[in-house]
Design a protein around this ligand. Structure first.
Ligand code: R5P
Length: 297
């Protein structure tokens, strides 16, 4: 059934998904000009379903334009079902008008995908349900939590673990994560100054975590500031060992260097290529594609 599908991607994840689905893999021809413009070419495809696969990590806007151009070309070829598989969907944190006059970027991104002819969007651990709600096309969010916790259960011998979210916004994620590990969770209190972007964390919280294993979990690690602040608070309460787990390891700027200075073990997916990637997102996607039934008949 799946050889009716074309995967269009120039990524390792795309290659693996094509192999797992026994689908036709097409690498788009991407030319990058001196001024930064991209030019996309894909051969004429005659298939009912195509899947364009690309995470939107830096250079984010370039990847975004390239993926939109690719989808547009598939649309011009008259392909009926065009899936955008975007493991890391950038701009999902910009899901509100936080300051007067701001564009809701997440809504704009949803409109862009729709405007080029995407019929279904699939992403992993989107930052907010609100961002997902802006899509008027079918948009599916897959949770990486069962896969991350499965990796942890099979590979790490945890001692009396407890799961921590660096902020209240992530408390549901931490609860779900803890449930999979048969334990409990709590959230620290992070505040972000919307003008400067600076964050602060309440360090007066009383914690009884001495000699316990701590898993700090977040959807995204970008500058690393949230994790480092959470780690500093946790560390003063003398845990046994600290693990940092995330789905999307953006690791911008000096993040990697700063995080390596912490006494922690990192676990992430490969939604964004990075050296801590231990959980393969292509397996998560193919398993979910089988569940949501690919329309290629
Ligand atoms: C924000 O609420 C997200 O869930 C992450 O906590 C945040 O994006 C991490 O960013 P950074 O690593 O820059 O602190």
């Amino acid at each position: 059934m799946h050889n009716e599908i074309s995967i269009i991607s120039d990524t390792d994840i795309g290659e693996r998904i094509a192999t797992e689905l026994n689908a036709n893999l097409i690498k788009p021809n991407i030319r990058l000009f001196e001024d930064g413009e991209s030019k996309i070419a894909i051969p004429k495809i005659q298939t009912k379903t195509c899947m364009v696969i690309q995470s939107l990590y830096p250079p984010i806007d370039r990847h975004l334009v390239q993926v939109l151009m690719t989808i547009k070309k598939c649309n011009e070829y008259g392909i009926k079902d065009i899936y955008a598989i975007i493991p890391y969907l950038a701009y999902s944190r910009q899901d509100k008008e936080f300051l007067d006059g701001e564009l809701i970027s997440a809504k704009f991104i949803a409109e862009l995908f729709e405007s080029v002819g995407t019929t279904k969007l699939i992403t992993i651990d989107i930052h907010s349900k609100l961002a997902l709600s802006y899509f008027r096309i079918d948009a599916i969010n897959i949770s990486a939590i069962p896969f991350l916790t499965e990796f942890i259960s099979s590979n790490i011998n945890l001692h009396n673990p407890i799961v921590v979210s660096p902020d209240i916004g992530g408390s549901k994620r931490a609860e779900d994560f803890a449930k999979c590990l048969n334990t409990i969770s709590f959230s620290l209190k992070k505040k972000r100054d919307r003008n400067t972007g600076k964050i602060s964390m309440d360090d007066t919280i009383e914690l009884n975590i001495k000699d316990r294993d701590i898993l700090i979990i977040d959807d995204i690690i970008s500058t690393g500031n949230s994790i480092i602040k959470a780690y500093d608070i946790i560390k003063t309460h003398k845990p046994r060992k600290v693990y940092v787990v995330c789905t999307h390891a953006l690791l911008t700027g000096e993040a990697l260097k700063r995080l390596k200075e912490l006494d922690v073990e990192f676990i992430s997916t490969n939604s964004i290529p990075n050296e801590f990637a231990k959980v393969d997102i292509s397996t998560i996607i193919t398993k979910s594609l089988h569940r949501i039934k690919i329309q290629d008949t």
